[in-house]
Ligand binder design. Structure first.
Ligand SMILES: Cc1cc2nc3c(=O)[nH]c(=O)nc-3n(C[C@H](O)[C@H](O)[C@H](O)COP(=O)(O)O)c2cc1C
Length: 171
């Protein structure tokens, strides 16, 4: 199994909760879960598979704690590493900026050499626009604890299944 980290930025705890559910779905003992506020670009060296999560604040802004890491992250060489993203948002009150923070993270990491997986179909979500939609798919897993908390576990489980083969080491 590849060395895997789940790194989350959270303001009210929803992204943290999702990070732990993701770790549970993969296998708690196999994954390090860390808050982005105590994570630095150097820490990336210890991992091959990176799961990054952010909520969206303001009107389409990335969760604040990511902002200090992004400049150094952008300069990092992530070639050979796999990145998957998840985002927390509110598809009802913020249906025009739904999970934009996840889209910002995706945009900022272009050029690092990372290979992305874990894209999701937009079907099943009610929103009008999102910066996280890239070529017709979400650039990661959107979660909505404000309106669709009951779907979170099932969504995480299907999403983790979609990239679990990728977590294994190549023989
Ligand atoms: C003031 C405010 C602004 C928000 N802006 C957005 C937004 O633009 N887009 C979105 O999808 N969700 C938005 N949300 C919803 C949060 O992203 C959502 O509640 C999320 O679960 C919070 O996760 P956290 O506790 O991990 O920070 C906003 C919530 C608040 C209270």
């Amino acid at each position: 199994m590849k060395k895997t980290a789940v790194v989350f930025g959270t303001t009210t705890g929803n992204t943290e909760k999702a990070a732990h559910l993701i770790a549970e779905a993969i296998g708690k003992d196999k994954v390090s879960v860390m808050n982005v506020s105590s994570f630095s670009a150097v820490d990336i060296n210890g991992f091959e598979f990176l799961i990054f999560g952010t909520s969206t604040w303001g009107y389409g802004d990335i969760q604040g704690d990511w902002e200090s890491l992004i400049p150094s992250l952008k300069k990092s060489d992530l070639s050979g590493k796999t990145v998957v993203l998840f985002g927390l948002g509110d598809s009802s009150s913020y249906n025009e900026t739904f999970c934009d923070g996840m889209g910002i993270l995706y945009e900022e990491l272009q050029g690092t050499g990372a290979s992305f997986t874990g894209f999701c179909e937009t079907a099943g979500y009610n929103f009008s626009s999102s910066r996280a939609v890239v070529n017709g798919k979400f650039a990661g897993l959107p979660l909505d604890e404000d309106n669709e908390a009951g779907k979170t576990r099932e969504r995480i489980s299907a999403w983790v299944d979609s990239f679990s083969e990728n977590l294994e080491m190549k023989a």
